[in-house]
Design a binder for this molecule. Structure first.
Ligand SMILES: NC(=O)c1ccc[n+]([C@@H]2O[C@H](COP(=O)([O-])OP(=O)(O)OC[C@H]3O[C@@H](n4cnc5c(N)ncnc54)[C@H](OP(=O)(O)O)[C@@H]3O)[C@@H](O)[C@H]2O)c1
Length: 281
């Protein structure tokens, strides 16, 4: 462990496995305080123990959150505010792929709810502390999706195609990142999207076997994108850089549609309407 991020508080979602766990370990290796936001306490504790023994950093904590459940997100944020008074880095890596259309306790299509609304809700609820702790950084793991959203059927109620719906949720991540970055200009909070590349993980466990087999063949280990994510979370070289899309630490282009400000604004407004209306965002 080194002291590069000593005193910095980081939250990593989906930190019990895949890219999230490797990123949490990379931040812990840099001496940060790391909060593992996981939906299963036992899996979170197992990841925590692994990270502590690999890095020697014991300043690791598990906080349970189910991103499919808006009340669970609110509860986690309330617990976070009760014990921490700063947040320097939020890394949104949690995501899910579903082969069938399923809905969450809030009645929302699961991929849209977890992969987009979960990120939207959690990040917005943490904005007060991110702003108060500025300079601070938000990272959103996504993919170079080219899907154009169907705002008349955003949750696939009329026509559900799993890969399209997953791609749409990753497009939401891009649209959200660019919109939020613009909204936070001048606050010292930067917001960037990150493509980890093809990585061996459990994410596509419900995908067709042939597709899984081929992608596993060409996928790398999560430690590689995790190192890039940890650099983006800490490096002075990217201080102040916001509203960009990165892969392997280099800026890359996302599809022209992801830069469509009307789509960004429409998604934002729709997301506000679909998340808890009792607290202003
Ligand atoms: N792997 C790739 O090739 C690839 C490529 C491009 C982009 N990405 C992006 O990289 C990110 C990480 O992917 P990964 O490959 O590391 O996936 P992964 O191994 O499946 O990890 C996903 C994490 O999200 C958590 N999660 C799922 N549903 C949740 C919920 N409702 N509440 C809280 N946590 C939940 C999972 O927890 P459980 O263990 O409890 O399920 C797991 O910890 C994703 O955003 C993905 O879209 C990955």
């Amino acid at each position: 462990m080194n002291a590069e991020m000593k005193g910095k508080v980081c939250i990593v979602t989906g930190a019990n496995g895949g890219i999230g766990k490797a990123t949490a370990a990379a931040l812990a290796q840099r001496g940060a305080t790391v909060i593992l936001a996981c939906r299963d306490q036992a899996r979170g504790e197992a990841a925590k123990n692994e990270i502590i023994s690999a890095t020697g950093n014991s300043d690791i904590q598990v906080m349970r959150v189910d991103l499919a459940n808006q009340e669970s997100i609110r509860e986690m944020v309330t617990r976070f505010y009760a014990i921490r008074n700063r947040l320097d880095v939020l890394v949104n890596t949690a995501a899910v792929f579903k082969a069938q259309r399923t809905t969450t306790p809030d009645g929302l299509e699961t991929m849209f709810a977890v992969n987009h609304l979960g990120v939207f809700r959690l990040t917005n609820l943490l904005l007060d502390t991110l702003t108060a702790s500025a300079p601070s950084r938000v990272l959103v793991a996504t993919a170079p999706s080219t899907v154009q959203l169907d705002f008349d059927d955003l949750q696939g109620a009329q026509k559900f195609r799993p890969l399209w719906a997953f791609g749409a949720s990753k497009m939401c991540n891009l649209l959200f990142t660019y919109e939020l970055a613009r909204r936070l200009e001048g606050t010292g909070v930067t917001v960037n999207a990150v493509h980890p590349g093809l990585v061996k993980s459990n994410l596509m466990r419900e995908a067709p076997p042939m597709m899984r087999w081929v992608t596993q063949l060409v996928s790398s280990r999560p430690e590689k994108p995790a190192a890039a994510l940890a650099r983006l979370a800490s490096s002075p070289e990217v201080a102040g850089v916001t509203g960009k899309f990165f892969k392997d630490g280099q800026e890359i282009e996302s599809s022209p549609y992801s830069h469509d400000r009307n789509a960004q604004r429409r998604l934002w407004d729709t997301s506000v309407a679909l998340t808890d209306r009792t607290r202003p965002i």
